[in-house]
Design a protein around this ligand. Structure first.
Ligand code: C5P
Length: 285
């Protein structure tokens, strides 16, 4: 019985814009996404028994198809015409319900690992399509790096890597359910949108200050009392010298970008003590 190891990296949204509601129930988005070094560790046992299951170091993570990693493995076997099975063991380090694509990243890692293990039966294009069909953020997680995401989030344009920097991420105890926040957005008129063209120019020029200054997430404008806590974390990051700070995805995690040589360990420790989770991270591919 073979075991494959694969890391699943978290993402942060440098921008998040919603440009409209679609007829298929989804929303059209425009987002700049960044992979970071914080990652889950996966072990995939090839079982040959035709079933796919998952288990994690967190008891509340489902082991069946509600788990995107299980869904991804089943779709891969089906699409590649391979009659095999897998037991996925996940050591989760990415907080759940944080807007950091933890579940999507696990699914993307399973797709990467399985296609490699079987000698690439599916092309890069087929894999990207499979990833996009697994979940809106899975395609970006499959590709990694820095990218502009449109459509549901699955239409991707790779971007120049952002300059070296230090991220500090903190997550309050509560999580925010993605569909819930999209429903709230439908009931309001968005007045402020991120300057996507501006941040794309700043990325192209490799200007960290201008990138950080243009970070914006429209979900922060949802009138929800939980945003008081995320705003509080933002203030803490900015007071500590962050060049910019926003909530990622549908939250509840908030992050700040600091200059690469910043000493952020004390801040991380403080935020962890106060909010329950905090980490330092670097950009990753
Ligand atoms: O695609 P995924 O299953 O990750 O999406 C979860 C939920 O988030 C969807 O059911 C939908 O309510 C919402 N969503 C959306 N528009 C997107 C992505 C997600 O409305 N672009």
């Amino acid at each position: 019985m073979d075991t494959i190891k694969e890391n699943a990296y978290a993402k942060l949204n440098l921008t998040l814009d919603i440009t409209g509601a679609r007829e298929d129930g989804y929303h059209d988005m425009v987002m700049v996404m960044q992979t970071i070094s914080l990652h889950d560790e996966l072990e995939i046992e090839i079982t040959g028994d035709g079933s796919v299951t998952a288990s994690a170091n967190l008891a509340f993570i489902p082991g069946d198809e509600r788990n995107l990693a299980v869904k991804a493995a089943k779709l891969f076997f089906e699409r590649a015409g391979i009659n095999d099975g897998a037991r996925i063991k996940m050591d989760k380090k990415i907080p759940v319900g944080a807007g950091m694509a933890g579940g999507s990243s696990d699914a993307a890692a399973v797709l990467r690992a399985l296609n490699r293990y079987y000698g690439s039966p599916l092309s890069q294009e087929e894999m990207m399509e499979l990833a996009g069909g697994t979940g809106s953020d899975v395609a970006f997680c499959y590709m990694g790096g820095t990218a502009l995401a449109k459509g549901r989030g699955e239409v991707l344009t790779p971007l120049k890597s952002i300059p070296e920097c230090q991220f500090v991420v903190a997550k309050p105890q509560f999580s925010i359910a993605t569909p819930e926040l999209f429903k709230a957005i439908d009931k309001m008129k968005l007045r402020v949108h991120p300057d996507t063209d501006g941040i794309l120019k700043a990325i192209d020029e490799g200007n960290l200050v201008e990138i950080s200054r243009r970070m914006y997430n429209v979900f922060e404008d949802v009138p929800d009392r939980r945003m008081k806590t995320t705003a509080e974390i933002k203030s803490r990051l900015l007071e500590a010298g962050a060049l910019g700070a926003i909530m990622t995805g549908t939250g509840s995690a908030v992050f700040g970008i600091f200059a690469p040589d910043s000493e952020t360990a004390p801040l991380r420790a403080e935020l962890e003590k106060e909010y329950g989770f905090a980490c330092e991270a670097r950009k990753a591919n």
